[in-house]
Unconditional design. Structure first.
Lengths: 277, 304
């Protein structure tokens, strides 16, 4: 299909930036509404760590758990011996990833399917912009707002660590927080791919959230049983790791971002072809 | 595109949604600079036609040209020169009218925003309140402003006066007259026969997705049906009127007859005058009645 030069230009940065600015403004409270609850939970976990750290009863309790369970959820008695291990088990293994991914799933779905339902897409597509630019604007805006959410989370967590005097290194908090972004970005790409295929926001959000849950379970169950081990390699969570304890795995993170980008590009191409009814 | 090239030209344009009908085989020409009324009842395919011409829907078959370009392939170039007022205009609830006009101005690369400001003042549009707080009519005013702020060569308007109060409807009619004088092509979709009658140079009528007529507005009144109710002193008068040529869908109820009449009213009155008349009522029929009267003799076989 032949297209004119402006349509075939991959993306016009100024147009994408302006669309993203509009979406960011719509999500301007997200650092508070999403970032603050996550941060408060993290602060709470940091605050109670001193009482857990030296409680022998807790260690004995954890030691008594089945090995498979401890392996599946990536914790051990030692997890409760260090603040990094404790944070990994309580915040970075499940709640943190779920919040970050859920935010981007919702943000992308809202900026595409939601915008179509509200009539916003009709107005935007009356202007000389391409659908791929709208898709890129949605991805850029979602990423920027997520980074703001994660910044609030990281700053408050690090501050709580300093105030509580638990020896929580800022670099470890930064690594753990940074690892959330590539994982969430993968699901942003997946959501965009789904939004490119259908205009039904509920279906897009549901399938993306279902995939998130399924991938998490695949990673957990894969550690229990070799039979489903292969599923782990298909799960984004398999490449997420535990950056607060082990540092950021740059290659794995780049892989997640790359996979997210591939899905996003596929979504943008589908979005260009589907009807805006 | 040359000065005389059509603003809109479609050939056998068809859009289906699975097994559902959208538009079927629509062949239509809208000349540059004319105010073209696109008339049809709700669900006839008016909005589908506009969305296909804007490239929002991909045609199932046929060909469309807007300002000489393919709206699906050359969407950006088409939309640089086209304005659009969608049906039931809406935008993100939290955005003010001013914010919306800024956004669209930036996306269009508009340096000069004086046209938008002037239109907003003219329609008394409140640009300071969020869209979600505005009434339908006030949102519609902003919709009109955004559709025309960049001085488009062609503007699509889908039910443009929906929600506007009578004063603003009059202002809108004056604006359309000015657009005509400036040479702007207006593609005005409506189910309001009176509005189309007042504003448009030519009309296309769509029914069940098919174009059933495309003609000058001046030809429409001659063919316009009227709903006539006459109560006679005796049943003979009612039966005589029901039997007249041009009287369609007659309903006789004793001494009372109700018909949709497409002939000359003189003929009807002359026939009625032979019998004592107790009461007489003549009114424009509903659009559906007009359609039945106009097009029952050539179903789905119009210009399209």
């Amino acid at each position: 299909m032949m297209r004119d030069a402006r349509s075939s230009a991959l993306l016009r940065p100024a147009v994408v930036a302006r669309l993203a600015r509009h979406i960011v403004a719509r999500r301007r409270l997200a650092p508070l509404t999403w970032g603050l609850p996550l941060s408060l939970m993290s602060v709470f976990v940091v605050a109670i760590f001193p009482s857990i750290e030296n409680a022998s009863g807790v260690r004995e309790l954890v030691d008594s758990y089945p090995e498979a369970l401890k392996e599946a959820f990536d914790f051990s008695a030692e997890s409760f011996a260090t603040i990094e291990g404790y944070m990994a088990a309580e915040v970075f293994s499940l709640i943190g990833p779920l919040v970050a991914c859920a935010f981007l799933i919702r943000a992308i779905s809202d900026a595409t399917c939601g915008a179509q339902a509200r009539g916003t897409l009709d107005v935007l597509l009356s202007a000389p912009v391409t659908r791929r630019e709208i898709a890129a604007g949605a991805l850029l805006a979602g990423s920027v707002v997520l980074l703001a959410i994660l910044l609030v989370f990281a700053v408050l967590t690090a501050l709580a660590g300093a105030i509580a005097g638990v020896g929580l290194a800022v670099a470890d908090v930064a690594a753990g927080t940074a690892a959330l972004f590539p994982l969430a970005f993968f699901f942003a790409g997946l959501t965009l791919a789904l939004a490119g295929a259908t205009s039904r926001a509920g279906l897009v959000g549901g399938v993306a959230a279902g995939t998130l849950l399924a991938m998490y379970l695949a990673e957990v169950l894969g550690s229990f049983s070799g039979a489903v081990d292969v599923l782990r390699t298909l799960s984004a969570f398999h490449y997420y790791g535990s950056a607060i304890e082990e540092g950021l795995d740059v290659a794995a993170s780049a892989g997640l971002v790359g996979a997210g980008l591939v899905l996003a590009v596929a979504g943008a191409l589908l979005f260009e072809r589907r009807d805006i009814g | 595109m040359t000065a005389t090239a059509p603003a809109v030209e479609t050939t056998a344009l068809t859009k289906r949604f699975g097994r559902h009908r959208g538009i079927e085989d629509v062949t239509l020409t809208v000349r540059a600079g004319e105010v073209f009324g696109f008339l049809g009842p709700n669900g006839a395919g008016k909005t589908t036609m506009i969305r296909t011409l804007l490239g929002l829907l991909a045609p199932t078959a046929g060909r469309a040209r807007v300002l000489g370009l393919d709206p699906h392939r050359d969407g950006v170039r088409v939309r640089e020169r086209v304005g659009n007022l969608p049906a039931e205009f809406a935008f993100d609830d939290g955005v003010t009218g001013a914010g919306l006009l800024d956004l669209l101005g930036d996306l269009r690369g508009l340096g000069d925003r004086t046209r938008a400001t002037a239109l907003a003042e003219r329609f008394d549009a409140d640009l300071t309140r969020p869209m979600g707080d505005l009434s339908r009519g006030n949102r519609q005013k902003i919709g009109i402003v955004q559709a025309l702020a960049h001085r488009p060569a062609l503007v699509f308007m889908d039910e443009p006066t929906a929600g506007l109060d009578p004063l603003m409807q009059e202002e809108f009619e004056r604006l359309v007259g000015e657009l005509r004088d400036e040479g702007t092509t207006v593609f005005l979709s409506s189910h309001n026969l009176t509005e189309v009658d007042r504003l448009c140079d030519r009309v296309g009528v769509i029914r069940n997705g098919r174009l059933v007529a495309e003609e000058a507005i001046g030809d429409l009144p001659a063919r316009a049906a009227r709903r006539v109710v006459i109560e006679f002193a005796s049943p003979e008068g009612a039966q005589a009127v029901a039997a007249l040529p041009g009287a369609t869908t007659p309903r006789v109820d004793g001494c009372r007859v109700t018909v949709t009449f497409t002939g000359a009213l003189d003929d009807l009155l002359a026939a009625a005058a032979h019998h004592p008349v107790v009461d007489l009522e003549v009114s424009r029929p509903t659009l559906e009645e007009t359609f039945r009267a106009f097009y029952d003799d050539r179903p789905d076989a119009g210009d399209g």
